[in-house]
Design a protein around this ligand. Structure first.
Ligand SMILES: [Zn+2]
Length: 300
């Protein structure tokens, strides 16, 4: 009898030890999980959840490790949807657009800048670029518009280069459709124009209104960028260079990014991230100022 009791006692103790072991494993697992998700957060190109040390490192460096980019990308799919940016490279195929005095074709410049912009957004967590055309082909304006609607774009950015009979006319512009009454459209337009003003002279200091069909989606913020005047010899020369195309793409990217961090759409990964920045600032006794969201460092 007593041996049975002590046998049961051993069994009982073994069960308790078993439970304790399980509890320990659970606690260790949760600690690891918490540690992995409670790190400080910085939005940037491909930046996911980073420790404070990593943040300092990222703030002071211009390069991102592949590991960080992958981490950011993995997390971006878990924590809300991507913001869809439809990039419309103007003209294409049988429609060359304007032709520069140097023989440059507008359609090629549009595509080059569009590809560079798509590459920047592709690297950035929380954004999904979709190109209307990624090759030299003709697409009707109506089909471009339908494409944006079909892909449920959060915004459309159409890229062109201007031309005018007076050869001296120059400068970059941002245009929106006068009937597009979305506050977002104007805000994105102003932010992008401001960035463009840092790399080129502006043709017009305000966002221009023009009834352009590709910008006519009623519920989609839509802007057109005129990268510069291809009819102006010195601008045409710049427009064909990779370095200028990179600068142009980067300015558009920064403007778009600033807008979506300051006014993130509900359910977007960027909204989640923006909220975490607010929390972080609060925990440091700071309140959120627009500059916190607008002046975040950008890596590319
Ligand atoms: Zn054009």
């Amino acid at each position: 009898m007593s041996s049975i009791i002590s046998g049961r006692g051993i069994l009982y103790k073994a069960t308790i030890v078993g439970y304790l072991m399980l509890l320990l494993v659970f606690v260790l697992f949760m600690t690891a999980k918490y540690a992995a998700t409670s790190n400080d957060v910085l939005p940037g190109s491909g930046l996911g959840y980073l420790s404070e040390i990593e943040v300092d490192f990222q703030l002071n460096s211009t390069e991102l490790s592949d590991e960080v980019i992958e981490k950011g990308k993995a997390l971006s799919s878990q924590k809300g949807r991507d913001i869809v940016i439809v990039i419309d490279a103007g003209h294409g195929g049988k429609d060359p657009g304007a032709v520069g005095p140097n023989g440059a074709l507008e359609k090629d410049i549009c595509l080059a800048i569009a590809r560079k912009l798509a590459a920047l957004l592709e690297k950035e967590s929380g954004f999904k670029p979709i190109m209307v055309r990624d090759g030299d082909r003709f697409i009707s304006i109506i089909d471009r518009l339908k494409f944006a609607l079909k892909n449920k774009a959060d915004m459309v950015v159409s890229i062109h280069a201007d031309a005018f009979k007076v050869k001296g006319v120059h400068g970059s512009s941002v245009i929106y459709h006068p009937r597009n009454k979305l506050e977002r459209t104007q805000h994105i337009g102003q932010l992008v124009l401001k960035e463009l003003g840092k790399i080129n002279r502006l043709h017009s200091h305000g966002v221009k209104k023009q009834a352009i069909t590709v910008l006519a989606a009623r519920k989609i913020p839509s802007i057109m960028i005129e990268a510069g005047f291809i009819s102006n010899a010195s601008e045409a020369k710049k427009l064909v260079t990779k370095s200028y195309q990179n600068k142009m793409a980067h300015s558009i990217f920064v403007g778009i990014r600033k807008h979506f961090y300051s006014q993130p759409p509900q359910g977007a990964w960027v909204a989640n991230m923006s909220e975490r920045i607010r929390h972080k600032l609060n925990s440091h006794g700071e309140t959120l100022k627009t500059t916190h969201l607008l002046e975040l460092p950008v890596h590319f």
